[in-house]
Design a protein around this ligand. Structure first.
Ligand code: NDP
Length: 315
């Protein structure tokens, strides 16, 4: 399984642990279990509301000394209410404090959408800042300063379309090192994939298993279940692996990072073991045919036209 290589020589093992919706009381054990099973890559975000507990896990594991901080790649994300340049460093420092770390391997702008500083979750258009009030290029410049200061080794974005990447690059003259977006066989995003490959922007695929627990009200009608797709089941039984392992390996074999979430120790191990699978040409052909441009995370919740956020993914 190939690692993702960065310009400064750093390498990222593609399979990481996702932590969105990992509940308090569960996430600490999940992170400990992942690190003890050999994970070298953990994906966090301030808005997941669980960074303090993840910090306890890091502290416990790293202080034992068998697993070293510098051998683990830790990502976190700037929430939408801290896009104003003066708010970026304090938000990151809060994350560092919560995670009990002195640097992050990767810090991402979570969404190309800005809220007012005191708004965690917007209730109406009045809770947003327009792109003119909070230009993303200014947020990016503040992110660059975090890298210069050594607080983040790498910086990037999340949920950015090709168009938004082009705008950011044109306005700042800088290329983000990573774009974290939804990716799986039902949403292959081939155009974005090609564009990012050409620009040297790595991709991390989120919701690789279809996002699972949808009790947060985000569940859409007739949501497809990827585990039940005939091609996925056929490939899983051919290689004697689980459908989840097929989906995870598809991403990693494609050259992207992938961050399946689990709080179950057995499934945490199973997901990492997907690295051992080798999908063949026929498998990849069958999986390529599953693309239906289906999003589990539609981004519709942030589309507020009167505030300049018309179509999050520019589709
Ligand atoms: P995933 O697609 O990773 O699915 C998680 C669900 O799959 C959970 O219900 C989990 O349950 C279940 N699951 C995990 N492993 C297996 C397995 N081997 N077999 C069967 N079921 C399994 O969902 P997410 O949406 O959480 O995406 C992954 C991560 O991506 C997030 O946790 C977050 O870190 C990141 N993300 C980033 C976003 C962004 O805007 N940048 C948006 C969305 C996600 P259980 O825990 O019980 O195992």
């Amino acid at each position: 399984m190939k690692s993702l290589k960065f310009k400064n020589g750093d390498e990222l093992f593609p399979i990481g642990l996702g932590t969105w919706k990992s509940k308090p009381g569960e996430v600490k054990n999940a992170v400990i279990s992942a690190l003890e099973s050999g994970y070298k890559h953990i994906d966090c975000a301030a808005i997941y509301g669980n960074e303090k507990e993840i910090g306890e896990a890091f502290n416990e594991v790293f202080s034992k000394g068998e697993i070293k901080r510098e051998d683990v790649w830790i990502t976190s994300k700037l929430w939408n209410n801290a896009h104003l340049p003066q708010d970026v460093e304090p938000a990151m420092k809060q994350t560092l404090n919560d995670l009990q770390l002195d640097y992050l391997d990767l810090y991402l702008i979570h969404w190309p959408v800005a809220f007012k500083p005191d708004v965690q979750s917007p209730e109406g258009p009045e809770d947003y800042l327009t792109p003119q009030e909070a230009p993303i290029s200014e947020t990016w410049k503040a992110m660059s300063q975090l890298k210069e200061k050594g607080l983040a080794k790498h910086i990037g974005v999340s949920n950015f379309s090709k168009q938004k990447l082009e705008e950011l690059i044109a306005n700042t003259g800088e290329i983000p090192e990573m774009n974290q977006v939804e990716l799986h066989p039902l949403l292959q995003q081939n155009d974005l994939f090609e564009y990012c490959s050409k620009q040297g922007i790595h991709l991390t695929g989120y919701s690789p298993l279809g996002s699972g627990d949808r009790s947060d009200g985000m569940k859409q009608e007739n949501e497809p279940n990827m585990f039940e797709k005939t091609a996925v089941q056929k490939i899983a039984s051919k290689h004697n692996v689980s459908p989840a392992q097929v989906l995870i390996n598809w991403s990693a074999q494609r050259g992207t990072a992938v961050i399946p979430k689990s709080t179950n120790p057995g499934r945490i191990k199973e997901n990492l073991e997907a690295a051992r699978l080798q999908l063949d040409k026929d498998d990849l052909k069958d999986l390529a045919q599953l693309d239906e441009h289906y999003r589990y995370v539609t981004g519709k919740f942030f589309e507020v036209e009167e505030k300049g956020y018309k179509n999050i993914y520019d589709e």
